[in-house]
Design a protein around this ligand. Structure first.
Ligand code: GDP
Length: 195
């Protein structure tokens, strides 16, 4: 899939400041360090479109990128930082919930999960919240290159099995790696099928 243009439009700290537009919007969210910036750069084939996070405190913003002049890729703040204050955690929670509740343009949300990890409480709670608020999401497992090829699908299936036992939802998933570009076509085909 060719991405002819990807432009950074703006960063917003609240939903009401997000760009006015009539284009479909696809949101990307996950715990800090899950590989979100790397994935966005991999999808758009731009090395520095999304910053590879160095400083968690600097990413408390909603970033809008306009892709192929047809759709918006939205980079939401990462959640679950270990090293930030309670006040900042509350702020991130507010930004994320405000976006999902008040932004009426979201076509689909991609929830990123590091494929190496067992389901974490914070991710499960977030999935439950998305589900209860009727927000459609698909999981993207990241960093699959860090697992042996025989383990990849096994880990993905095991993860879904685990969460479905806990919260009775069965999200679809895509397995990806920013290093090998695995999953890129699948993610883009999925987006283009839902434009
Ligand atoms: P973010 O905080 O979610 O935006 O995560 P980053 O994109 O900044 O990535 C966090 C760390 O994981 C960085 O050191 C990346 O180089 C590394 N990383 C991200 N994606 C991958 C991947 O697919 N494979 C491997 N091996 N490392 C990755």
């Amino acid at each position: 899939m060719i991405i002819k243009s990807s432009e950074f439009i703006k960063s917003s700290s609240v939903t009401k400041d997000c760009p006015e537009n009539n284009f479909p919007e696809f949101a990307f969210i996950g715990r800090s360090n899950v590989g979100k910036s790397s994935l966005i750069n991999m999808i758009t084939q731009k090395k520095k479109l999304a910053k590879i996070s160095g400083n968690p405190g600097k990413t408390l913003l909603i970033n809008h990128f306009f892709i192929n002049k047809r759709w918006y890729l939205v980079d939401l703040p990462g959640y679950g930082y270990a090293k930030i204050s309670k006040k900042e955690i509350k702020k991130i929670e507010y930004i994320i919930t405000d976006y999902f509740v008040n932004r009426n343009k979201i076509n689909l949300t991609f929830l990123l999960i590091d494929i190496r990890h067992e389901p974490q409480k914070i991710d499960i709670e977030f999935m439950k919240w998305l589900f209860n608020n009727n927000i459609i999401f698909k999981i993207i497992f990241t960093k699959e290159d860090k697992l042996k090829s025989t383990q990849r699908y096994e880990m993905g299936d095991r993860y879904i099995d685990n969460i479905s036992k806990k919260i009775k939802i069965f999200p679809e998933f895509i397995i990806s790696s920013s290093k090998t570009k695995k999953g890129r076509d699948e993610i883009l085909n999925f987006i283009y099928a839902n434009l």
